[in-house]
Design a protein around this ligand. Structure first.
Ligand SMILES: [Zn+2]
Length: 282
């Protein structure tokens, strides 16, 4: 996960701009009357997120007694995504991810906005900026946990959680033939039980173990010949390590916990791998 700056967009402005394209005056007034409840929902999420309390936010089927879930979902799909009045805010949020890198998987490109809490269950959060995270399509549609049912199921929130300076993503080389690698969450000193479980939940929910292992498998095949050349007939293990560490350093400028950095560091730290066993790369 990658930390993003919390949006400074005002919920009141975003909601008002979105519903401004509503044609029917009666409906428009009904929608406008929800504004204070939408701001209240934003405040509740802001207070509860990262504390393991998100699961206590109630699901709703009707807002203010007369606005349906579908009507509030449409404020997002029809009036924020598809209408210029709301689209300006959508575009601003989507552009907030550095390098266009999806903050949830830290691998694929941002192509959409992901509702941290789904609008079908939390309709008041349908266009609330802190509930809208720039994301890739796969993270948006493929996550296992749609919403948290327990404190531990609260996935990481890029606007709030900041674990970028910790080396929490690790990789081990498996001495298989052909060689394979495994990514896992390693608990740094100072993390609470809740944070550790939330990071593990995030890792699982977004299928990151498989995603990174697949990417790493391709990368291994791509560097095999290079490693054989560097190792040479004189079995220069130190040169192999140096190459791998240089590769890790060159990627670390993007981010410390992207799989590529962890992959090259993990290979460099593995003596078995560096001592010629990279020839077992499939
Ligand atoms: Zn993603």
């Amino acid at each position: 996960m990658i930390k993003l700056a919390k949006p400074t967009l005002s919920t009141a402005t975003v909601y008002a701009d979105c519903i401004s394209s509503t044609k029917n005056p009666k409906k428009k007034a009904r929608m406008a009357a929800c504004a204070p409840l939408i701001i209240q929902a934003e405040q509740e999420l802001d207070t509860k997120v990262t504390k393991g309390l998100v699961y206590t936010i109630a699901h709703e089927t009707l807002v203010n007694g007369n606005v349906s879930v579908d009507e509030l979902k449409y404020v997002y799909t029809g009036q924020m995504v598809d209408h210029a009045n709301g689209r300006v805010h959508y575009d601003k949020l989507i552009l907030s991810a550095p390098f266009d890198l999806c903050p949830l998987c830290a691998h694929r490109d941002v192509t959409t906005l992901d509702h941290y809490l789904p609008k079908a269950k939390y309709p008041r959060l349908s266009v609330v900026p802190i509930n809208l995270i720039p994301a890739c399509k796969d993270c948006n549609t493929g996550k296992l946990m749609d919403y948290p049912k327990t404190p531990d199921e609260e996935t990481l929130h890029p606007y709030y959680d900041d674990i970028d300076a910790d080396r929490w993503l690790k990789m081990r080389v498996l001495q298989t033939n052909p060689i394979s690698v495994e990514f896992y969450v390693s608990r740094p000193a100072g993390w609470s039980d809740l944070l550790f479980k939330r990071v593990e939940g995030h890792f699982k929910s977004f299928g990151l173990k498989k995603l990174y292992a697949t990417q790493a498998g391709r990368e291994l095949v791509g560097i095999k010949k290079q490693l054989i050349g560097i190792y040479g007939k004189r079995q220069k293990q130190a040169a192999v390590k140096k190459f791998l560490l240089d590769m890790a350093r060159s990627k670390a400028d993007v981010h410390l916990n992207i799989w590529q950095v962890v992959f090259y560091n993990g290979l460099a730290e593995d003596n078995w791998f560096c001592n010629g066993n990279f020839q077992l790369i499939g």
